[in-house]
Every structure is written in C-alpha cells, then in structure tokens.
Design a protein. Structure first.
Length: 608
C-alpha cells in the first residue's frame, strides 16, 4: 500500500527479502509492496475455506467417504454387496399429497444416513441454492419421499451421497424409484444408488426406458478412478482438480447400443489425463439426467460444476434464451482510500458506460497501529470528507453503493493478518497455519444475531453520518460469516453479493453445526437456503502476486473463467477489483470480457 505512511525501513527490508524468497512473510508491520502497490490480501473468500470448498472437518471426511464408496463399488462389482431395502412404511404409501407447488418448483432429495450422512445436507443446500434461481425449492431427506411427489414439482434432483449397502440399509423408498421410472417429469440423479433404482424397477424395464445399465456401471476402470481432470461441455473445457485419495471417481455408465434401446445423449464428457480416455460425465435419456459425480467440492472459477449449473435450466426453465452479462465492483474502499484513485476508476468506468458497484467499509481501524507507527488509528467516513466527496462523484458517475462490513476486521487481534480494516475477517475467526494456509476457525465466541445486527446498525449509521445514501446491497468481509449473521444481513439489505458459507442444520432444522459447512458461489442470482437473494460473484479478482498458496490471478485468468462460464446459457461473469491497483489491468479485464460477448450491467440488474 504505497499510500500508507509509517512504513518502516525495517519492514521494507523484511518485505524485500520475503519477496525475493518468493513468498510472503506477512506479519504485523511487514508491508510487502516495494515497486508496485501490491499487498497480499485474502480476497478469495471461498478458497480460504480450503480447496475442498467445505469445512476442514468435512474435507477430512471426503477422503474417508471416497475410500468407502470405492470399496463398496468393488463389492458391488463382485456381487458381494448386500443392500437392505428401505422399509415400506404406511406413511410412505398412504400419505396425502400436498397440492402441486405453483409456478416453477424444484424438489431436492438428499441422503442423511451412514457415517458421512451429513454431507448430504451440504450438497442439498448447494443444489437448493442453485434451484432457487428458478422458483420455489422444497428440500427433504430422500427417506421422507412419499408416492407421487415427483409429479408435484417441475423437476426433481436427488443427490446420492450415501452409498447404500452392507451395514447401511437403503434409505430410498421404493416409491421414489418407481415414480422416477413411471414419470415423464425431469429427474436429475447425481452420484450413487442409481443401480438400486434399476434393481427395484427391474433391469430390463430400466434399460428399455433409459438405454443404459447402472448395475453394470462403476466408478473405477481397471481398479482406478484414473485422473479425470477435464470435463468438456458445450465446447468449453472445464477443470476438475481433486487431490489423489479424495477422488471418488466419476461413474462410467454402461450404455447399451443394441436395437430397441433409446438413445442416450452425452451432455458432458470427462477426460482422463492418464491415458486420454473419455467417458460421459453427464447423460440424459427419457426423463432422467444422470450426473456421474457430486460436483460441489474442489470447485474453482472454471470448474465442472458449471455443467450442472447450466443443466438445471433444462428441467426448470427450458425456454430460457441465451444471455451473457458481466458485473464489476470496486472492493475494500474505506475512509483511508485514495480519493484520486477512486476518481480515476470512476472516470474510466463511466467513460465505458459501465454501471458498477462500489463496496465501502464505513469505518477504518488499525487498533494496533500496524500501519501507523504503533499508534492506534480509527477513521470513519464522516472524518474523511475527501473520500466521501470521491464516493459522491462515483455515485453520480455510474456507481451503486454497497456495504462491505462495518470495519472489515475483528477486535484488536490478527484475524488472520494484522487486525486492520480490509486485511482481516470481521464475522469469522481465522489463522494462517505453518504451511501458509488460511484456516477458518469458525464464528467468534460472541457471534449472535444481536452482535451481527449491532455491527450492521453501526455500519449504516456511519454512512448516514457521512451524508451518503443507505446502501441496499451487502458483501460480507472475506465472504465468511455464521448462519445467524447471514440471516441478519438478509434482513437489512435487499441482497447479498458474494460467495457464502452454508452450514449443516439449515435444511434439517437441527442446531446449526458451525464446523460443518460448504462454500458456494453462483453464476446467476439465487434465493438461497437462508431465504436471501444472493447476487453472483463467480470470477474472483485481480491478484498480481500469489499469497497463502493461492496463485496470482491476472486479467487473462479472469477472462478465461468468464469464457468457460459462457456455458451457462443465462449466466453472469462477476468479478471485483481493488482500486489501489493501476487502472490498466481493469481495462484489460473489461475489454477481454466484453470481447467474449458479455454486456456489463449494474448489480440490481443481476436479479432480473
Ligand atoms: Zn474485502
């Protein structure tokens, strides 16, 4: 941060050494910018969760889950996996059905049993959030399915995350298997247990309707899941990066080609980097779309989850016209921002006729004086008239005001970096481990609805005190908060624009488990499982240098992610930019995204 004063010669030397060593020794007082105004900021909210996109607890379980799945698949192949059918309960056959849901509606069914049963709820939240783009969503444990429900909804998605067999009896009622087979309504089946459907309805009947044989389809080929690292969809090459040992594989469907079988459409194709072999990643026949893996972990901005995000249109909004919009917001603007830089950004974007977001932190604080010679410093917007003047200039030149936390830091401690506004988490605790990874530690001890509301109230008051309008959009600092906090934000703003964490307990109604969550971002606006409109951020941001094991992210990387997101038929390329960087990389990014055919729009347009 070249504009900050109080940078000691010692810290400059330390930073220079760190830079020469190719890493960052970011500790109190150690600025890392020398020639360029670059400072490693933990801007990748989701990635901070860990590459797995789920909490640390769940990441450990993913490894055990993958091993258990593959062991079960070996047994199933050798015909030694005994699967105990779900009990036929009276309720399952006689329960009166509710009236069909009005408008576009989705039913999301998920597994809950077995040693990793809770993962089912995490995945169900991911599906429910995406389905929330299209209309109403009803989520249920699959064990609660009753006869006829498939007919009550526009489309149904089942996520097979518990591999039933052995000591884990099948929890899927036979009625679900039979209804899928009998229905013409679209059903998307992800992952496990499709073989149990075929066994229940009869393999010949399944083959006659769908043209493939799940009972002869497996995750491994030649005893290995291989190294499937690419999925091709609508001519876009999507990535798939799952560490060795964590990969449960992609089901290789045994497609039948003889006369009399219906045609199976390959929707997306997986490629194994080990030998170049290709196999279907997702297929469709009849009313059944089958996706060969659960695509919500190890997600990146160019990831194969994009296939699923687009496939949902087929079942829920098949008439959707192709449309590609882009959005940019300027991030981490605080009372200590440089007003000249802000005006430069405004002049460029206004000149391009781009409506953009400005994400403002209304109070800057540096409680330990990390950037102020050891002297604590706090500055509110009202105490920074030149910044306020620049913000008003921006608002009259295409900007939409957004609220990015109250102080964007926590207490007077490193969380994880400096305790200074813009550097640290505000609503979540985190530390940097010995391997230079940012580790999420969960909500602060005092986290509560009241605590979060008090910070929101203070933030809004600071805007008012500075004579600025009330922001109606919110972005959580570093994209991390508790379930209770997210609900508070939802009550105070018309929408959140961000990536989010979704905690176990949200769907089930059980107490929220702060150690079990999934992180997710969206290529379009959704109504999420917290009941809030969430506007998309799916491209990330410009980061000229690597930090905390995240690679640098340059304009070409942002543009490449925007390109693969063209696979989403009505999707958005939404990114953010720090105005303390030079305007040139922003120009490159905007030009590149526009050249792909995207049209820039304002944040409130994203919900239409
Ligand atoms: Zn921020």
């Amino acid at each position: 941060m070249r504009k900050r004063s109080g940078l000691s010669r010692v810290s400059l030397v330390l930073a220079l050494i760190a830079a020469l060593l190719g890493g960052f020794a970011l500790s109190a007082g150690a600025e890392t910018s020398i020639a360029a105004p670059v400072k490693p900021r933990p801007s990748y909210g989701l990635k901070g969760v860990g590459a797995a996109s789920v909490s640390g607890t769940a990441t450990n379980d993913l490894k055990a889950w993958a091993a258990a799945r593959l062991a079960n698949d070996v047994k199933r192949r050798s015909r030694t996996l005994a699967i105990t059918p779900a009990p036929v309960t009276k309720a399952a056959t006689t329960q009166a059905l509710a009236a069909p849901a009005p408008g576009t509606s989705a039913l999301v069914l998920y597994d809950t049993t077995g040693p990793y049963g809770y993962l089912g709820e995490l995945y169900a939240m991911a599906v429910a959030n995406l389905a929330g783009h299209f209309g109403t969503v009803t989520s249920k444990p699959v064990s609660a399915y009753t006869k006829g429900m498939v007919e009550q909804y526009t489309a149904t998605v089942y996520i097979g995350s518990t591999y039933y067999g052995g000591t884990v009896p099948d929890a899927i009622p036979a009625a679900f298997y039979q209804d899928v087979q009998a229905s013409s309504r679209p059903v998307t089946w992800i992952g496990d247990n499709i073989w149990s459907m075929a066994n229940t309805v009869g393999i010949p009947a399944f083959e006659q309707k769908y043209g493939w044989d799940p009972t002869n389809s497996y995750y491994e080929v030649g005893g290995s899941v291989g190294n499937i690292n690419q999925v091709t969809y609508k001519s876009q090459q999507l990535t798939r990066k799952i560490p060795t040992g964590y990969d449960g594989g992609v089901l290789h469907p045994a497609i039948l080609t003889g006369a009399g079988y219906p045609q199976v459409t390959q929707l997306a194709e997986a490629t194994d980097a080990n030998n170049g072999a290709t196999s279907p990643w997702a297929i469709r026949s009849g009313n059944l779309t089958y996706v060969g893996e659960i695509p919500f972990t190890y997600v990146s901005e160019s990831d194969r989850v994009i296939v699923f995000e687009d496939l949902l249109f087929d079942g829920l909004a098949p008439q959707t016209a192709e449309r590609h919009r882009a959005f940019v917001r300027l991030e981490d603007i605080s009372p200590k921002s440089d007003p000249t830089q802000l005006r430069t950004m405004a002049d460029y974007l206004y000149g391009q006729k781009i409506t953009y977001g400005i994400n403002v932190i209304p109070v800057y604080t540096d409680p330990k004086g990390v950037y102020n010679n050891g002297k604590a410093e706090t500055v509110s917007l009202a105490q920074a008239p030149q910044v306020v003047s620049a913000l008003k200039y921006m608002l009259s030149h295409g900007a939409v005001l957004m609220n990015h936390g109250f102080t964007h830091q926590y207490s007077n401690v490193n969380n994880p970096y400096t305790g200074v506004t813009g550097d640290d988490f505000e609503f979540f605790r985190a530390h940097v481990d010995a391997s230079d990874n940012v580790i999420y530690d969960g909500p602060p001890a005092e986290d509560s609805t009241v605590w979060a509301q008090s910070r929101v109230t203070s933030a809004l008051a600071a805007f008012t005190a500075a004579g600025l309008p009330k922001p109606t959009l919110w972005t959580t600092p570093h994209y991390a908060a508790s379930a209770a906090d997210y609900k508070v934000f939802g009550q105070n703003y018309s929408a959140r624009l961000e990536r989010s964490l979704y905690f176990a307990g949200t769907l089930s109604g059980q107490p929220v488990n702060a150690g079990r969550y999934i992180g997710q971002f969206f290529p379009y606006a959704v109504k999420d499982v917290y009941g809030t409109t969430v506007l998309p951020e799916n491209i990330g941001n410009y980061e000229p240098l690597p930090y905390n094991n995240h690679p640098a992210r340059l304009p070409a990387d942002l543009i490449a992610s925007a390109k693969v997101n063209l696979a989403v038929r009505d999707g958005v390329a939404s990114f953010f930019y720090h105005p303390y960087y030079d305007v040139a990389p922003l120009q490159q990014t905007v030009d590149g995204i526009r050249a792909l055919g995207y049209t820039f729009v304002g944040p409130t347009d994203l919900n239409q």
